[in-house]
Design a protein around this ligand. Structure first.
Ligand code: AMP
Length: 218
């Protein structure tokens, strides 16, 4: 199954994408993670990405489209994937359809995590992740069972994203509103859009996504 998770920063796309991997082995394709890996590698692309990400803006379509195209062609994506953070513009959405059509494939469903924008700044500024395995946590909403120790791998080092500060989050929300939200009608018109309440408890969101998957498979 090929899915897209759509929603503003902090809606829970990354967390739910990881759960979709655990439950259905759908490969998580996160352009944000790919760009952060470029930044960490010190490449020229990483240097450009760092500036754009720190400003809360979007990378050029051509760059992220080619990153996704290369990744989707790898064998592990053959049985299904979940796109997390892509597409983010109309140009990316239409390019995705064309690249899948070349392989006689198509998107099976688009799940929008609908959230209350006012709550997002608090949600995002409290989040952090295990430096070793990437498991996500939150200062208020999702603490590790033992303080300072990752539930998943026992790691004790944690990181916070540099673009998870209030000022950058506001710019990221503007980018979402102006450039990404307009693609919702594109998918609605194709009958692919399913809305899930992203403000519900994590497990309830997962259950609602499972119900959507059942509907898509029927
Ligand atoms: P994310 O981890 O999805 O919140 O992405 C972090 C940042 O990476 C975004 O604020 C953008 O600067 C950049 N980025 C990630 N995905 C895309 C995309 N599909 N198109 C353009 N920029 C992106």
């Amino acid at each position: 199954m090929k899915l897209i998770l759509l929603g503003p920063p902090g809606a829970g796309k990354g967390t739910q994408a990881k759960r979709l991997f655990d439950r259905h082995h759908l490969i998580q394709l996160s352009t944000g993670d790919m760009l952060r890996a470029e930044v960490a590698s010190g490449s020229a692309l990483g240097a450009q990405a760092k500036q754009v990400m720190d400003a809360g803006q979007l990378m050029p379509d051509a760059i992220v489209i080619s990153m996704i195209e290369k990744r989707i062609e790898q064998p592990d994506c053959k049985d299904g994937f979940v796109l997390d953070g892509f597409p983010r513009t109309e140009g990316q959405a239409t390019a995705l359809d064309s690249m899948l059509a070349k392989h006689n494939a198509k998107i099976d469903g688009v799940i929008e995590l609908a959230v209350d924008e006012a709550a997002l700044v608090e949600r995002i500024s409290g989040r952090y992740a295990c430096a070793k395995c990437g498991a996500g946590y939150h200062d208020t909403f999702q603490k590790p069972k033992v303080a300072g120790v990752c539930d998943s791998c026992g790691g004790t080092d944690f990181t916070r994203r540099k673009d998870d500060n209030a000022e950058t989050v506001k710019a990221r929300l503007v980018a979402y509103r102006q450039q990404t939200a307009p693609i919702l009608p594109y998918y609605k018109g194709k009958g692919l859009l399913h809305q899930v309440d992203g403000m519900a408890e994590l497990d309830e969101v997962t259950t609602a996504i499972e119900q959507v998957l059942t509907k898509i498979k029927a």
